[in-house]
Design a protein around this ligand. Structure first.
Ligand code: DGL
Length: 266
């Protein structure tokens, strides 16, 4: 039965765990298949054709492993190729993109910072969203070069990461932005560090909770939501093309109460 199958989630690496964290909060009775394509991270500076190829590979792996729907937990893959995936595969896809609209509405001085990957920022989808909602705001747009790589190496507490992040955030502080949009699913892991750098004076927008809500809506609409009380919490399978130990350490921190199994993707 479709309903009893798992929800597939993929990202270029560990970033999608920030979305998975919200998914398990909202949908505790679902089981998940997560694919971290860490070997190929970052996706953000790759050409569209390569992102399409990798995203199709990820999708096929998840469908073969029994996914009933797929959360593309990567802004870069969503903004570049989610339409292609929807055309090619006959299951629902839920994506993630930078939260420009709520950020623009929230900003008092109409100055917002946007930190995202090159791939997301150059996508038509981002440009379209930005043109629709960014009209009356001044946006300070920064490509987060190097951040994903350091997060993938689990260097969250390193001086190197802090210095790099400061070099991106300080100019925004100077420009008096009051809102920062995190346009990459890896970046929510940086929130404590960003708060330290900004003294919590800049409101951060990241859409993981909204993605979880949208996932619930779509599954419910399609009649494949696993809400039955007869369904016990099961095992979430995590596959990685990279380092299993680093993946494990992230899951321990962000989903300590789930039963998970981490495996290399062969
Ligand atoms: N988590 C991906 C995203 O949201 C990271 C992109 C990358 O691999 O460069 O865009």
């Amino acid at each position: 039965m479709q309903r009893a199958k798992k929800i597939g989630v993929f990202d270029s690496g560990l970033g999608g765990i920030s979305i998975y964290k919200e998914l398990i909060k909202l949908l505790p009775r679902e089981q998940f298949l997560y694919l971290a394509d860490s070997k190929n991270a970052p996706y953000g500076n790759k050409p569209k054709a390569k992102i399409r190829e990798l995203s199709r590979q990820n999708t096929e792996f998840l469908i073969q492993s029994g996914a009933k729907a797929i959360v593309v937990a990567c802004n870069t893959a969503t903004t570049q190729v989610i339409n292609d995936l929807r055309k090619h595969y006959d299951i629902p896809f839920i994506g993630v993109e930078p939260a420009v609209k709520p950020a623009a509405e929230f900003s008092k001085n109409k100055k917002i910072g946007i930190l995202a990957t090159e791939g997301t920022l150059r996508s038509n989808l981002f440009q379209k969203t930005f043109n629709t909602y960014g009209d009356n705001i001044q946006a300070f747009i920064q490509v987060g070069t190097g951040l994903v790589e350091l997060i993938e190496l689990n260097k969250l507490n390193s001086a190197e990461l802090k210095a790099l992040l400061e070099s991106y955030i300080h100019p925004m502080i100077k420009q008096e932005v009051d809102v920062l949009v995190l346009g990459c699913t890896h970046y929510p892991f940086l929130i404590p560090l960003i708060d330290e750098i900004t003294h919590s004076q800049i409101k951060i927008f990241e859409p993981s909770a909204a993605v979880a809500l949208q996932t619930k809506r779509i599954l419910s609409k399609k009649g494949i939501l696993n809400s039955g009380s007869d369904q016990k919490e099961g095992v979430d399978f995590f596959y990685t093309t990279g380092d299993t130990a680093i993946l494990q350490s992230f899951i321990k921190v962000h989903a300590p109460n789930r039963t998970t199994r981490e495996l290399p993707k062969t």
